[in-house]
Design a protein around this ligand. Sequence first.
Ligand code: 13P
Length: 263
Amino acid sequence: MRTKLIAGNWKMNLTAGDGAGRVESFVQHAESRADVDVVVCPPYLAIPKLSEILKYSSVKLGAQDVFWMESGAYTGNVSARQLYEFCVDYCIVGHSETRGRFGKLDIPESTLGYFGETDETIKLKIQALFMYGINPILCVGETKEERDAGQTDEVIRRQLEAALEGVHPAEMHLFVAAYEPVWAIGTGDVCDSEEANRVCGMIRSWIAEKFDDDAASDVRILYGGSVKPDNAKELFGYPEIDGALVGGASLKPEDFSAIVESV
Ligand code: 13P
């Protein structure tokens, strides 16, 4: 039986001070649900403060990205080793925003190339996280154009294949996948639950084929994209959906608590 996992991705929101206040106001509630794994992924700068607050809590700390080298002349980057020092247990990898595949564009199109995430860097990041026992949350998902062209499954399989190349089945116990259709992120346009369940099931079958049945039955596959208190319960009722990666609603303690409560 897989434990459901609810992860909040704060993206580039909240200062360390604001974030500490938010976490304190939902931590007690989250702790009352011992049957659910709850993770918060704040911006890097809030990690030291949140690490202190969550030290004795069942709520886990996550990061939003990582650089694959351990140390060196890589200005502006943060390594898995540096995350490990602050007891970071989870790390998002390959988010559509770091891949430069935005659902809703509010930045100049000419800047998209600067996000720089490729299948190769995603693979290296996952390997670096495994070295430190940090659970990668790999985001996969199609754009609106890809869905309309009937390429959803093909795009996702390609993303999985590239990210997990060379991974040993024994490492898969740390792995978490998140199906995040790009068109559903920050748009309020949630994916139909039945379809989200189908895609999560397709990801699980791919893992069974590539690794083994144990890896497939243990892996947690989340859905992300406009998850809110009013649609969470329906999504979590489907057998292939093991939880959610929540953006906007994770910034409001009462909404995030309600999503945890819907499990
Ligand atoms: P929203 O929940 O704001 O749509 O964001 C989803 C997301 O990108 C989580 O990583």
